[in-house]
Design a protein around this ligand. Sequence first.
Ligand SMILES: NC(=O)c1ccc[n+]([C@@H]2O[C@H](COP(=O)([O-])OP(=O)(O)OC[C@H]3O[C@@H](n4cnc5c(N)ncnc54)[C@H](OP(=O)(O)O)[C@@H]3O)[C@@H](O)[C@H]2O)c1
Length: 319
Amino acid sequence: MKAIVYTAYGGPEVLQIKEIEKPHPKDYEVLIKVHAVSINDWDFGLMNGDFINRMLNGIFKPKRKILGSDIAGRIEAVGKNITQFKTGDDVYGDLSGDWGGFAEYTCAREKALALKPATMSFEEAAAIPQAAMLAVQGLIDKGKIRAGQKLLINGAGGGVGTFAVQIAKLYGVEVTGVDRTGKLDMLRSMGFDHVIDYTKEDFTKNGKCYDLILDVKTNRSMFEYARALCRHGVYVTVGGSIGRLFQALFLAPWISLIYKKYFRLVALKPNKDLAYMNELFETGKVKPVIDGPYKLDEVPELFRIFGKGEHKGKIVITM
Ligand SMILES: NC(=O)c1ccc[n+]([C@@H]2O[C@H](COP(=O)([O-])OP(=O)(O)OC[C@H]3O[C@@H](n4cnc5c(N)ncnc54)[C@H](OP(=O)(O)O)[C@@H]3O)[C@@H](O)[C@H]2O)c1
């Protein structure tokens, strides 16, 4: 089968398309013919090999050599301990921890998968898992989003932001999106009430305040975020600069105590809310924003595009 393989950490040039042996499922796995896979920020971190990702996937070189967590495909074989799925089922999910999605076939544990609704395409399904889970868990579980609030999404035009605005709108909140100039028209068309071009305006200094901030970049100091929050406002980060995240962990209790503004961090629970996303999709309330689909041999170039932030929504690759 064809797969995108990497044997050393580095830039997109370390990703190479190779012909390798098709995997065999273990007793607790299913074999999936992958129809679509999407790129996540985490794949990018695993390719570069920053400190935290080396802890996860090998200090000197990658242990798991095929990246790709968010896949959609058809089950081709099942291990003997599999109870929830059968051959021929169409499934999707986030395989993070095992990865292996940038390939024509991959193996997965059943807890990483949900049945794909018949009305959802493989491309749409592959766009959902990680980004939509971060949006749901950030807004609902950590942010406790409520009707009438003012919400700001920092880094609005990528995977998480494009799901988050659709989910937030179901709660009747006013949503502001922050991203670069070229993405603002797309944000408006998606239902953002206000957009801010971060190359021209600093949302922490415009005199406005927000009840809830959902941040995918975490590129500002915690004091700047505190300034942009209304009293009793909540800031939720799903990820971004490691230095800023450590700063948040250290300063959050003090800022809560002094300013009565609250800081929360999402630790992704993979696949937890796929059933909820199926329901939102089937009732026409949420639709993934897809950049593509592209082909497997384009993956190194697509990582270049992703690294420069030139994508809109989720980059999806089909086999
Ligand atoms: N918490 C967890 O357990 C967990 C697990 C997995 C992933 N994550 C995190 O989840 C996040 C993934 O988000 P995503 O998929 O939405 O990423 P994404 O698709 O890369 O989107 C990020 C958006 O932010 C924009 N942006 C860049 N610089 C900005 C700035 N200074 N101000 C405002 N916007 C800016 C980017 O556009 P331009 O670059 O074009 O400006 C892009 O549109 C990452 O932070 C990742 O680390 C967290």
